[in-house]
Design a protein. Structure first.
Length: 266
């Protein structure tokens, strides 16, 4: 039975993906913050005939990521699919490690988790990284700003930069770990908790979480993709990301800086 680890599994796209994958016979490892919500999810997975377990993780704390990864490594000798799904939107603030909230949660925590789980991500394992078309709103990453808490008016730009980081990470991971299969996925405009209440009237024809999870689940499970890696996907089709997302020098710099920032937490 394949084992699938999903972050942010208790709501939105993550919950929809978890229930779909569990219904397909995958064993789900749900990594989230709320024990109460995780326990509720376990019951929902049982109702669709799936099997699951949970691990507590706070992606706003690199120490918490380290502890969760150690628990996962203690339980399992292989993870077949890692879905880096959890994320925050245009929120203000900083992580416990004093990074911009969006960069710290959306990119750095998932970079750290993926690196720590390297021993159990083997030949053919898949890494599905959630990103967004919003990455096209920025043409680079201002590394000097990443230690400054996000102010409200900066929120969209900070979010877009974190989504660019997601794409660059998936691209660089494909080069450094060619035995893996990596997919950066834009789920579409999805009506989830990532949007503040006042933005809801402007979402228009937003997708449901189930619709948004479709390409995520497809990249996590479709046999025909077993020889594909490093691409950017939406609506089950490979797309070309922005020029900045194809900048190999920027991808390498992001990787090296991320390694340096995460090193104290290994």
């Amino acid at each position: 039975m394949e084992k699938v680890l999903v972050t942010g599994p208790t709501a939105g796209i993550g919950r929809a993906a978890v229930l779909a994958l569990a219904g397909m016979g995958r064993h789900v490892i749900a990594a989230g913050r709320s024990e109460t919500k995780l326990e509720t999810l376990m019951r929902e997975i049982e109702e669709v005939g799936g099997t699951a377990e949970w691990v507590k993780i706070d992606l706003a704390s690199l120490r918490s990521v380290t502890e969760a990864a150690a628990e996962i490594l203690d339980r399992h000798d292989r993870i077949d699919v890692l879905v880096n799904n959890a994320g925050v939107g245009a929120s203000r603030g900083a992580t416990r490690d004093r990074f911009q909230l969006q960069f710290g949660v959306n990119h750095l925590a998932h970079f750290h988790l993926t690196e720590l789980l390297a021993p159990v991500l083997g030949e053919g394992s898949r890494v599905v990284q959630l990103t967004s078309e919003m990455h096209k709103r920025v043409d680079g990453i201002d590394f000097g700003r990443l230690r400054r808490p996000t102010r409200t008016w900066q929120g969209i730009r900070a979010y877009s930069a974190s989504k660019l980081a997601n794409l660059l990470f998936a691209r660089e991971l494909a080069k450094r770990r060619p035995e893996l299969r990596t997919y950066a996925v834009h789920p579409g405009l999805v009506d989830t908790g990532i949007f503040p209440w006042f933005a809801k009237p402007f979402l228009g024809n937003a997708l449901t979480p189930e619709q948004g999870a479709d390409t995520v689940v497809w990249c996590a499970s479709e046999p025909s993709l077993s020889n594909s890696t490093g691409g950017y996907w939406a609506r089950r089709s490979e797309r070309e990301p922005s020029a900045a997302a194809r900048d190999d020098a920027l991808a390498t710099e992001l990787w090296e800086r991320s390694e340096e920032w995460c090193r104290p937490f290994h």
